[in-house]
Design a protein around this ligand. Structure first.
Ligand code: ZN
Ligand code: ZN
Length: 188
């Protein structure tokens, strides 16, 4: 994925994965404890100075509906305002760094902040980068039956309607196929 600024690539995936740890339709929780949160953070390259606390877990869970709001926002202004709020609430501290031998580049999360604040800022920055460089139309809620998971469509023709073509996409085409058969459409 090269179309967005480098900052956003990992943070977009992080935002999607965080929101999707709770399925609002099926009411399933994929982040049941602090261990699950720690695993998610580390998998997305957020370095932890300490094991997340119960409070961090509560904060991570509270962030999900807020970030989901960006995907469901009626327009760009609403989404940007909401995400600016996340940056403020999570104490963003823009600064340049050359860690790990990389060239100087911008980090927005305060390195001294708690994982809670860091992941909030990273998620918001990722989504803001997408909105401001590629547009709000990239942010989607899956239309699959009983899904409603969020995703960012980075495909060239922006044709994605499902979180996963393998799961929700296939399910939908199977259902459409059955529907056509029962309606007796001879073309099928
Ligand atoms: Zn960096
Ligand atoms: Zn889906």
């Amino acid at each position: 994925m090269t179309m967005f600024a480098s900052y956003s690539e990992d943070s977009v995936t992080w935002a999607e994965d965080l929101v999707n740890t709770y399925n609002i339709v099926r009411e399933t929780e994929k982040m049941p404890d602090v261990a699950a949160l720690a695993e998610l953070l580390v998998a997305h390259g957020i370095r932890l100075k300490e094991v997340p606390s119960r409070r961090d877990l509560e904060a991570a869970r509270a962030l999900r509906p807020v970030l989901r709001g960006a995907f469901e926002a009626p327009d760009e202004a609403a989404a940007v305002t909401l995400l600016n709020g996340v940056l403020a609430d999570h104490r963003a501290l823009p600064h340049y760094t050359n860690h790990d031998g990389k060239p100087w580049h911008l980090h927005v999360a305060d390195p001294e902040a708690s994982p809670v604040d860091q992941y909030g800022v990273n998620a918001a920055m990722g989504l803001l980068n997408v909105i401001t460089t590629a547009g709000m139309s990239r942010l989607h809620v899956c239309v699959g039956n009983r899904c409603a998971e969020v995703f960012v469509d980075i495909s060239r023709n922006q044709s994605r309607r499902y979180c996963s073509p393998q799961i929700c996409g296939n399910r939908a085409s199977a259902a459409a196929h059955r529907a056509r058969r029962t309606s007796g459409n001879p073309a099928d």
